[in-house]
Ligand binder design. Structure first.
Ligand code: NAD
Ligand code: TYD
Length: 349
């Protein structure tokens, strides 16, 4: 039996990856390591938490010695590293948390792997990253695997640093590494600080939908389960030391996306057409707001045969249905200081 460490498995993307691996690979033992920040939530994994090939370990990747102890104890065969601070706005207000979790945390895992994995045969250290490391595009063009790094927010700079360190450990110590850089994900279990679940939550509760700047920034959206399927493929079939870009070829301006979401929400909530768009509020732009991200995912498509399974309209409907059917989940994650935080944000702008 292989033992696979998945870090950040209680978060949004991590929970989909953990679920997929636990269900699809009964011959793997999946160890989910997460320190349960505001974004980590064991309720994301209720349906698989009692599976015999699943174990949760509450631990912080910034604790370097502990990572080595855990590598010794569990003898991991592979690592899929997702744990990170992930929200650009929070990185602007609290950059140090991103430096600790994303850079120091990644180095601690690399050091544990380097020290404990004396034999690299059949070992893999797979680091999950973002397309934001490539910077911002103008109106045309795409990010390719060889696009020079040009991160522009504390979040993307911390992820770029961790990517460089993963490559450095491969080059210097021969650690068998893999990296993928993915575009914006959406789907069930995403914390309502990111655009899509935040807008769904606000529309549902008749709160304003904050649109940064003019709403003309462009993101390339991918359904989270399609990201999980790409991660599965890269982990098993990817070439060691390589990087793979993952994206949906699905570009939307924020304002067009919000209009589509308003239309879906009006229909699902049986409100008259045009009700939700009245909630749109243009607010102060994000500092250093990247204009456009767009991924060319030709390499993973050609070399590994991956392609996204869902059209955006279908994925968005599915996502809205999930949030509307899971009010209790939303209530839990928005309890405590959540609403106070957002009320303060709005008055500040
Ligand atoms: P998330 O914020 O939903 O989840 C992050 C998880 O990491 C949480 O469960 C949190 O508790 C855990 N974590 C944070 N700091 C930790 C620490 N110090 N020790 C242990 N666990 C810790 O994030 P997400 O959106 O699921 O993103 C997962 C990964 O994918 C991140 O590395 C992110 O950079 C990358 N990524 C995200 C997107 C996206 O659109 N969300 C796109 C591309 C890449
Ligand atoms: P977000 O979901 O935070 O992802 P990222 O910054 O990693 O791309 O934001 C997606 C886009 O939506 C981005 O251009 C910022 C914008 N945005 C808003 O206009 N309003 C909001 O309330 C949020 C959270 C984001």
């Amino acid at each position: 039996m292989k033992t696979i460490l998945i870090t950040g498995g209680a978060g949004f993307i991590g929970s989909h990856v953990v679920r997929r691996f636990v269900k699809k690979y009964p011959g793997y033992k999946i160890v989910n390591l997460d320190n349960l920040t505001y974004a980590g939530n064991l309720a994301n994994l209720r349906d698989i938490e009692n599976e015999p090939n699943y174990e949760f370990v509450k631990a912080d990747i910034t604790a370097g010695e502990l990572m080595k102890v855990l590598f010794k104890k569990y003898r991991f065969d592979g690592v899929i590293h997702l744990a990170a601070e992930s929200h650009v706005d929070r990185s602007i207000s609290s950059p140090m948390e991103f430096i600790y979790a994303n850079i120091l945390g990644t180095v601690n895992l690399l050091n544990a792997a380097r020290e404990i994995w004396t034999d690299h045969t059949n070992k893999k250290f797979y680091h999950i990253s973002t397309d934001e490391v490539y910077g911002s595009l103008g109106k045309t063009g795409f990010f390719y695997e060889n696009t020079p790094y040009d991160p522009r927010s504390p979040y993307s700079a911390s992820k770029a640093s961790s990517d460089h360190l993963v490559r450095a450990y491969n080059h210097t110590y021969g650690l068998p590494t893999l990296i993928s850089n993915c575009s914006n994900n959406y789907g069930p279990f995403q914390f309502p600080e990111k655009l899509i679940p935040l807008a769904i939550h606000n529309i549902k509760n008749n709160r304003l939908i904050p649109v940064y700047g003019k709403g003309e920034n462009i993101r390339d959206w991918l359904f989270v389960e399609d990201h999980a399927s790409a991660i599965d493929l890269i982990f098993h079939e990817g070439k060691i030391a390589e990087t793979y870009n993952i994206g949906g070829h699905n570009e939307w301006t924020n304002i067009a996306l919000i209009h589509l979401l308003c239309e879906i929400m009006d229909r699902k909530l049986k409100r008259s057409a045009g009700t939700s768009v009245n909630l749109i509020a243009y607010v102060k732009d994000r500092a250093g707001h990247d204009l456009r991200y767009a991924i060319d995912s030709g390499k993973i498509q050609k070399e590994l045969g991956w392609k996204p399974s869902l059209q955006f309209a279908e994925g968005l409907e599915k996502t809205v249905d999930w949030y509307l059917a899971n009010e209790e989940w939303m209530k839990n994650v928005t309890s405590g200081d959540y609403q106070k935080y957002y009320d303060n944000q709005y008055t500040k702008r």
